[in-house]
Design a protein. Structure first.
Length: 185
């Protein structure tokens, strides 16, 4: 299935979700994340600040921000910068997503775990983003563990990957955790 068709189908499915279904899914997914070795071992974690149609990260960040060092991305031109999370230093950015303010940009090499939003994933770790390539450019510069999170219906059979696409190491949906076995070339 082509990426545009996947985006269209997932968007339609998300539109049918009730608030209760959204909350339950976020609780399930982030409960599995917090029990994962990748999360337990990591101190510096890049999260995303959720859009209304994404699994909400707000409760999870609020629960853990005193015990983990969370960072959020900020759009800078065609790239993402990584800045420390501070609830009092957020403002709406380029795509009406709350982003951190300030000049204390963190090197991506210092981040140990990245929780990555997407439109869809497959069992090989491929993802379909929103189409701008921000995360692929960021993820290509790091060896941090990459965890894709989403609703069960965001796990699709097969995604055509392109050379610039960066695969996930772990995918978590309400139904469970998939660890991707990467092969060395």
């Amino acid at each position: 299935m082509k990426k545009e068709e996947i985006r269209r189908r997932i968007k339609a499915h998300k539109a049918l979700l009730s608030d209760i279904e959204r909350d339950r899914a976020a609780d399930s997914v982030f409960s599995l994340l917090e029990k994962s070795a990748a999360f337990i071992m990591a101190d510096k974690i890049l999260m995303y600040h959720s859009l209304p149609d994404e699994l909400s990260t707000i409760a999870f960040i609020n629960k853990w921000h005193d015990r983990k060092h969370f960072f959020l991305p900020r759009v800078n031109g065609v790239d993402l910068e990584v800045l420390p999370y501070d609830r009092s230093r957020l403002q709406y950015g380029a795509f009406h997503i709350e982003e951190p303010t300030g000049d204390d940009v963190e090197e991506i090499d210092n981040i140990e775990l990245i929780v990555v939003p997407a439109v869809a994933y497959d069992r090989r770790g491929n993802r379909v983003g929103r189409g701008k390539g921000y995360y692929d450019r960021l993820l290509s510069r790091t060896s941090a563990t990459k965890v894709g999170v989403g609703y069960d219906f965001q796990l699709v059979d097969d995604i055509e990957s392109e050379p610039h696409d960066v695969t996930m190491d772990i995918i978590i949906t309400e139904s469970g955790t998939i660890t991707i076995k990467h092969t060395k070339h």
